[in-house]
Unconditional design. Sequence first.
Length: 262
Amino acid sequence: MITAAVAAGVLLATFAIAVRRGLHRIVDIAWGIAFSTVAAVTYLLSAGEGDDARRLLVAVATIVWGLRLSAHIARRSRGHGEDPRYTELLGKARGHRTWYALRTVYLLQAALVWLISLPVQTASYSTAPLGWLDAAGLTVWAVGIGFEAVGDHQLARFKADPANRGRVMDRGLWAWTRHPNYFGDSLVWWGLFLLACTSWQAALVSVVSPVVMTLLLTVGSGKRLLERHMAHRPGYDEYAARTSGFLPLPPRRGRTHAKPGR
């Protein structure tokens, strides 16, 4: 369980920094770093056991995704105070807020990092050479990281323009789905899952990863919480009425244009 210890180590170190700074939102930056660290350690541990090309491919794919995500979140959160999600969560603490945060945020995320990383760990120990299914997995991964990166870039540019202050972002990929970054995130892990499907046993073990990630993004702490936060914004209801909630689909016709609100 070395990889479990690695995931826990990254999140515990983040916890110590967060407590020192009084800012728990930095755990979001550590999320991608933790996956990248688990992937790097798995690559080293599997040397001489798994197919070298497969080991390298899954490690690089995971590290690229993880570090891009962490860098983006770090840039986005620079200069901001605590995330309202963590303020609300810690407001429900029974007992000491710090230890409550350790249990419900950091240790939980460490467990999720290890669980969601199962395709990376499984694929790294497979001796099967790369084939057509791996090409499909890499394609799905590439589409996913493309959606995520382009969606994040489009939103950042939109927010940087003072003329867009108070308006809803409904352009580019955001006209097709209200969450292109979450959709892309999900695709990344379905792609990594395909890279681990070298046998039915490996597929059975690994499928929990994309399922859990997709559920987290759609009904867990991702889409659900964000939309609850955005629901009171003027114009967001109109945007939500014409725009798909997750899967990219053409905008629905016959809806009014979004009013200022984001």
